[in-house]
Design a protein around this ligand. Structure first.
Ligand code: 13P
Length: 251
């Protein structure tokens, strides 16, 4: 048994209005009592302040979906990690596959962002994962190596203990086609083994979340796998009832 506390994180992506974000946050805050896991919500930047107020006093953590690699300067349109931290945020998702694929973020940039998040005293949730094409052509391990080596090189293995890793197979995101619990466990175990080769204690302590079409009806089976420490939830996190049901599935 490990001492890892499960984490269920909602990635709200580019959704909601100020009013709907506050309503969703309040509904989640009202339902999290007595859960054994840590619960995190990541609204859009523009909603961080309102959502922070909506969850005040509740056992819900706040996070952002992205940030700049730089802490300040002439970078028009960017949002820096210290700005996010000012809202009481504790986590920032970095390297989501949508950022990598749609916004051209390299593993090197993702690693710089992870460092910026740690320098602002928050934890990066570092997303990794392969496309269907990469999986089918036998590149799974090499894709994970490239994505993980960049952050290990930049942060150093010891600092990986203060991160969360999220395995999100690209083919399972928003498709309704989750990885099977065996497929997910296999990859989580590959990731933990890779870390264990460098530092066993870091590997034993770091939380590895699964993301990609997690729903109330498949969450329990996924979360019961040895190396799966919770989930990063997209679509199902936009509804308080389904998100809370998924949070419950860690118990
Ligand atoms: P879905 O849960 O909608 O598949 O999205 C997963 C995801 O991208 C979370 O970051």
């Amino acid at each position: 048994m490990s001492a890892r506390t499960s984490l269920v994180a909602g990635n709200w992506k580019l959704n909601g209005t100020r009013a709907s974000a506050v309503a969703l946050a309040k509904d989640i805050a009202g339902g999290v009592e007595a859960l054994g896991s840590e619960v995190l919500i990541c609204p859009g930047f523009a909603h961080l302040g309102d959502v922070q107020a909506a969850i005040a006093g509740a056992s819900v953590a706040l996070g952002a979906q992205n940030c700049a690699a730089e802490a300040s300067g002439a970078f028009t349109g960017e949002v820096a990690a210290p700005m996010v931290a000012e809202f009481g945020a504790q986590y920032v998702i970095v390297g989501h596959s949508e950022r990598r694929a749609l916004f051209g973020e390299s593993s090197e940039l993702v690693a710089s962002k992870a460092l910026a998040v740690q320098q602002a005293n928050m934890q990066p949730i570092i997303c990794v994962g392969e496309t269907l094409e990469q999986r089918e052509s036998g590149q799974l391990q090499s894709v994970l190596d490239e994505q993980l080596n960049a952050v290990i090189d930049k942060l150093g293995i010891a600092a990986i203990a203060h991160t969360v890793i999220a395995y999100e197979p690209v083919w399972a995101i928003g498709t309704g086609k989750s990885a099977s619990s065996e497929q997910a466990q296999e990859v989580h175990s590959m990731i933990r083994k890779k870390l264990a080769d460098l530092d066993e204690s870091v590997a034993g302590n770091v939380r590895i979340l699964y993301g990609g079409s997690v729903k109330p009806d498949n969450a329990e089976e996924l979360f019961s796998q040895t190396d799966i420490d919770g989930g990063l939830i997209g679509g199902a996190a936009l509804n308080a009832e389904s998100f809370l049901a998924i949070c419950q599935a860690t118990d």
